[in-house]
Design a protein around this ligand. Structure first.
Ligand SMILES: Nc1ncnc2c1ncn2[C@@H]1O[C@H](COP(=O)(O)OP(=O)(O)OP(=O)(O)O)[C@@H](O)[C@H]1O
Ligand SMILES: [Mg+2]
Length: 266
């Protein structure tokens, strides 16, 4: 069975790509076959998974995420890029103007990436779709490719804002035929345990959306930032409070697996 999960939040810098990467590394380490689809025209995740040079020199036969918007019969074969740690990738270029331009493409094209993905989905146990920080057509196309959504959020001040926007989009997509699409978990990231405001904000969020808020909370920890920047699994970072960061992040990933229905050998 293939599980398709979108990592999504319209806000920038909340940890979507970090969670995408580390979940992909962990799943791959556990022997699952993983595909990452980069729907963000920044191309950050792609450069992390395949290396900057590879993304600057993508072979012409590789299927880019922007190509996925073509009607099925216009792509002969879907060819993925081979990334690090055994992860396959449908990449975005760095500052991918063609991908950004899909925001203005005809509305009916938003279902094409999903249809195209189905052609190769059976090759994978887990497909992770890293979504852009926006509420436009790229996001909708990314969500339509998914069955489950994990939403990383960051607390700012007393509030956790921006949660409603994604839920609205999900409802709209449910109304047009994606009945089974669901937010499987809200993951609080970059939490500051010393901040009263952060605790208050999380409490308020739990009161509002209940069990959707994941039990595992990820603190702001420099080894997590290092892991993302060095494009390495958290368990390969040895500096600082790496042990704590690793425990927290892997707990979060295990909870994500549980929430999206991934089974694997512990
Ligand atoms: N728990 C954490 N502790 C420390 N740094 C973190 C943590 N989570 C993410 N970061 C750092 O915060 C920055 C933003 O994270 P990331 O790129 O994953 O966010 P994003 O939601 O994908 O951003 P964008 O919306 O621009 O795509 C990165 O430099 C990352 O290393
Ligand atoms: Mg990102």
């Amino acid at each position: 069975m293939t599980v398709r999960v979108a990592i999504s939040n319209q806000k920038g810098g909340v940890g979507k790509s970090t969670i995408t990467l580390q979940t992909a590394y962990y799943a791959s380490e556990k022997g699952l076959k993983v595909l990452v689809v980069d729907m963000d025209g920044q191309g950050n995740t792609s450069t992390k998974i395949a290396g900057r040079e590879a993304i600057e020199n993508i072979p012409t036969n590789t299927t880019l995420s922007v190509d996925m918007f073509k009607p099925e019969n216009q792509i002969e074969e879907i060819t993925v890029l081979k990334g690090s740690y055994g992860i396959d990738l449908i990449p975005a270029r760095i500052n991918d103007d063609l991908l950004y331009a899909q925001e203005a493409a005809p509305i009916e094209t938003i279902v094409n990436p999903s249809a195209n993905l189905e052609r190769i989905a059976d090759n994978y146990d887990l497909i992770i779709i890293d979504c852009p920080p926006s509420l436009g057509r790229l996001l909708s196309a990314g969500l339509i490719m998914a069955d489950k959504i994990i939403m990383p959020i960051q607390v700012s001040g007393f509030a956790v804002d921006g949660v409603g926007g994604l839920f609205k989009v999900v409802e709209q997509l449910q109304d047009i035929g994606k009945e089974d699409l669901e937010v499987a978990g809200i993951l609080i990231n970059s939490f500051n345990a010393r901040s009263k405001q952060h605790h208050q904000a999380v409490k308020a969020l739990r009161e509002k959306v209940g069990d959707l808020v994941m039990d595992t909370i990820i603190a702001n920890r420099s080894p997590i930032d290092q892991a993302t920047n060095q494009a390495k699994p958290i368990w390969e970072i040895r500096t600082g409070a790496a042990r704590l960061a690793r425990a927290e992040l892997t707990d979060a990933i295990k909870e994500i697996f549980k929430r999206i229905g991934i089974k694997y050998e512990q």
